[in-house]
Design a protein around this ligand. Structure first.
Ligand SMILES: NC(=O)C1=CN([C@@H]2O[C@H](COP(=O)(O)OP(=O)(O)OC[C@H]3O[C@@H](n4cnc5c(N)ncnc54)[C@H](O)[C@@H]3O)[C@@H](O)[C@H]2O)C=CC1
Ligand SMILES: O=C(O)C(=O)[C@H](O)COP(=O)(O)O
Length: 379
């Protein structure tokens, strides 16, 4: 079997070599002739799949995208060609939720607010939004949840309308899929009109898809007034983003909110399982076979550990300001895709094991996502 995989997908050889021959390709520039005689194609979010690119795919029976988002794939055209398709639902949901937590911690330091004083509106309460909700609750932060689809089945929490969320939230964080048209389109959910309904001094975070916010409208809004804090991980027209917008956002990054080591590796692993299922092979490997021990793996905290220490703890694992610095300093020199390809290793909170002094610390930090070590005599 011939397997063609995006050059930025980790661990493909390690997982897939027993299934066939692995070759790599440049995800942004897949050409139809590269699919000749290929049996399985493994892509990331930068590869558009449509009729044109599949024109010479004579043997293709499987396409997997090691991402949550699927807006780059025309599923109808795969169905018509009888090509099995899968994404990797939830693979990097923890990473995106931790990106938002790191962002809020950094803003709390810079803007001198207490995290627990903010109301965070989550637009889209699926894999990412629900994990974010859990972590925010651990920090004592109130949330407003907006998801018309989940609201129909989930009665545990009250859901609000998008209009109510915009009017009442201090922080608005987008976690919807990009749906480009139809009655449930999410394109330009935040636009010239809806921008006018958000609160003064609000914080807007977008780690979903660039098109969910009308970037030109946001740019015009930021140019007019300065009470809005905008944080963007995703941009319209990547990789050729509006550089004038980058200058006005508080933190900008190159679509890396989901790029933890664990998140990317989980994506590869989910495709491996899906292909094994199709071929009838038994999976031989699991993620723990490949994840390295983190450089800092254990710490011990005392009873005096307090709110400001939580911020330091979060930033000891991941500080979003590193990524903002990389983007603002190196974008012109290296380009958007180079910075994504050479993204420095980032681990999830769970890679750090914490020995706590009290039971309440252990409960809170576990809910935030850290691994809790055993310690006798917890207070
Ligand atoms: N920046 C990054 O690196 C990453 C970005 N993403 C993006 O985040 C998106 C969300 O990911 P997940 O939470 O895992 O997806 P999910 O499918 O689990 O959840 C999305 C939720 O959005 C809801 N939704 C759809 N339209 C809505 C609307 N108009 N208003 C409110 N809610 C709406 C859905 O009902 C669903 O519950 C992905 O589709 C992807 O585009 C995902 C991973 C990494
Ligand atoms: O999972 C998704 O959806 C994402 O947006 C990915 O994390 C983006 O990563 P790449 O696939 O573009 O590397």
């Amino acid at each position: 079997m011939k397997i063609l995989a995006d050059q930025n997908m980790p661990l493909v050889e390690a997982y897939f070599s027993h299934l066939g021959d692995v070759e790599r390709f440049d995800g942004r520039h897949l050409k139809p002739e590269q699919l000749h005689d290929v049996d399985a194609l493994l892509i990331r979010s930068v590869t558009t799949i449509n009729d044109a690119v599949l024109a010479k795919a004579n043997k293709l029976k499987f396409i997997g995208t090691a991402t949550i988002g699927m807006d780059h794939v025309d599923e109808a055209c795969l169905e018509a060609r009888n090509i099995r398709f899968t994404n990797a639902p939830g693979c990097n949901a923890v990473a995106v939720a931790e990106y938002v937590i790191s962002t809020l911690c950094a803003l709390a330091q810079q803007q001198h607010f207490a995290l627990a004083d903010k109301v965070v509106g989550i637009v889209g309460v699926g894999n990412i939004g629900s994990r974010l909700h859990k972590k925010l609750t651990a920090l004592g932060i109130k949330t407003l949840l907006c998801d018309p689809f989940v609201a129909q089945t989930e009665s545990e929490y009250p859901f609000v309308s998008y209009e109510t969320l915009l009017a009442q939230a201090d922080v608005i964080s987008f976690h919807v899929p990009l749906v480009k048209d139809g009655p449930f389109s999410t394109r330009h959910l935040l636009n010239e009109t809806t921008l006018k309904s958000i609160k003064d001094n609000a914080i807007v975070i977008n780690a979903s898809r660039g098109d969910v916010i009308d970037n030109q409208a946001l740019l015009a809004h930021l140019e007019q007034e300065n009470t809005l804090t905008a944080v963007l991980d995703v941009w319209e027209n990547e990789p050729n983003i509006a550089k004038s917008l980058l200058q006005l956002v508080k933190f900008g990054s190159v679509h890396i909110a989901g790029h933890t080591l664990e998140g990317k590796a989980r994506g590869t692993e989910m495709l491996y399982h899906a292909l094994c299922q199709l071929t009838g092979d038994l999976p031989r490997y699991q993620l723990s076979d490949f994840l390295p021990t983190p450089a800092i793996s254990h710490i011990k905290i005392t009873e005096t550990f307090c709110a400001s220490d939580i911020i330091n703890l979060v930033h000891s694992v991941y500080d979003v300001r590193r990524d903002h610095g990389l983007m603002t300093q190196l974008l012109d020199l290296k380009g958007f895709d180079y910075l994504r390809k050479h993204y420095p290793t980032r681990r999830e909170f769970s890679a750090l094991t914490i020995e706590c002094a009290t039971t309440s610390q252990a409960q809170m930090l576990e809910q935030l996502g850290f691994n809790i070590g055993t310690r006798k005599n917890l207070i």
